[in-house]
Design a protein around this ligand. Structure first.
Ligand SMILES: O=C(O)CCC(=O)C(=O)O
Ligand SMILES: [Fe+2]
Length: 331
């Protein structure tokens, strides 16, 4: 199947944005500017435990988003993750196409570009690469880029490090709900917890004020840990405004996703976010989605509901949740 890649379109020195990328007026960045002078929470993981629990719990409840520093993942490793992703997308087009995914037939992993079925529906200005990275027993390494050759080793090492940080964050978030520290991780499948890598590639865009990189959405994961390149673009929704997230070298941008909002019965907020694109510069970001196995039953945790706090969300398998979200069926 022939897919028009955004990267290919962008390489044609377009002066104008093709119509399928032009957002309705009320969605355009030029009409929905981010609020100036608001800073997102930045949290150091190396501070006193009690203070850390308090800060993370507050940020997860009020923002559903925070920036993590002093997380212990080396600058060098983050740099290498970015380099191997960058190298893959720099390959000639014909070397990338064999990795093409096909979401319409359930093949989500691989190299992808969203397409429209009708002209009303607008598309996003990006290509991506999506694949499972954890647990190792479920990973199909044939679906990972084979070029550059260091891709696999670097990504496996990053998986280990992200798992370690995830464990730490889930413990702090459990404590913030007055739960036993392993509670959230256990409900997310314990050692079967799934991590998925999505590399987002946003080529320079001729009219960025009319387009979106990714449209406003909440992640369906439990958590998402993201590192961008140094081109700004991520914005989070807070108190009825968009707030731009500044680049911070070596930091991890943490999003609370839908599954943690459900499990916490709404105490933690799944953050609405979007990304903008840039006229001169290519933007890239590396998102790791942390999610339960598809067969896991996810609902408000029993210890968090009672007569005064009835469940705000229904309980269903993660597979069912995903199916509904993809097909825009109310949960
Ligand atoms: O590129 C970004 O900063 C955000 C990407 C994103 O939200 C996603 O892939 O779910
Ligand atoms: Fe997202």
């Amino acid at each position: 199947m022939e897919v028009n890649r955004v990267q290919t379109l962008a390489s044609n020195q377009l002066k104008e944005l093709p119509p399928q990328f032009i957002r309705p007026a009320n969605e355009r960045p030029e009409n929905t500017k981010a609020l100036e002078g608001v800073a997102v929470p930045i949290i150091s993981l190396s501070q006193s435990h009690n203070l850390l629990v308090k800060k993370i719990t507050e940020a997860a409840s009020e923002w559903g988003f925070f920036v993590i520093i002093n997380h212990g993942i080396s600058k060098k490793l983050i740099q290498r993750v970015k380099e191997v992703g960058h190298e893959f997308f720099s390959l000639p087009q014909k070397e990338k196409e064999p990795y093409a995914n096909d979401p319409s037939s359930g093949k989500f992993e691989g190299y992808g570009t969203k397409m429209t079925k009708n002209l009303e529906e607008k598309v996003e200005w990006l290509d991506y690469y999506f694949h499972l990275i954890n647990p190792p027993s479920r990973v199909n390494y044939d679906l990972w880029p084979k070029s550059p050759t260091s891709y696999r080793e670097v990504t496996q090492e990053y998986n280990k490090e992200i798992l370690r940080v995830t464990d730490n964050i889930l413990e702090l978030l459990s404590e913030g709900l007055a739960l036993e520290s392993k509670a959230l991780k256990n409900h997310l499948g314990g050692e079967e917890i799934e991590l998925e890598m999505k590399i987002n590639m946003y080529p320079p865009c001729p009219q960025p004020e009319l387009a979106l990189g990714v449209e406003p959405h909440t992640d369906m994961s439990a958590l998402t840990l993201l590192v961008p390149n140094d081109v700004p673009g991520l914005q989070v929704w807070k108190d009825n405004n968009w707030v731009a997230v500044n680049y911070l070298q070596n930091a991890l941008f943490l999003h609370i996703g839908d599954q943690l909002e459900v499990m916490s019965n709404g105490r933690y907020k799944s953050v609405l976010h979007r990304s903008l694109v840039n006229k001169e510069h290519k933007r890239m970001s590396w998102a790791v989605f942390v999610a339960p196995p598809h067969e896991a039953m996810i609902g408000p945790l029993p210890l968090l509901v009672n007569d005064q706090n009835p469940p705000k969300f229904s309980t269903k398998t993660y597979a069912e949740y995903r199916y509904r979200k993809f097909n825009k069926i109310p949960q």
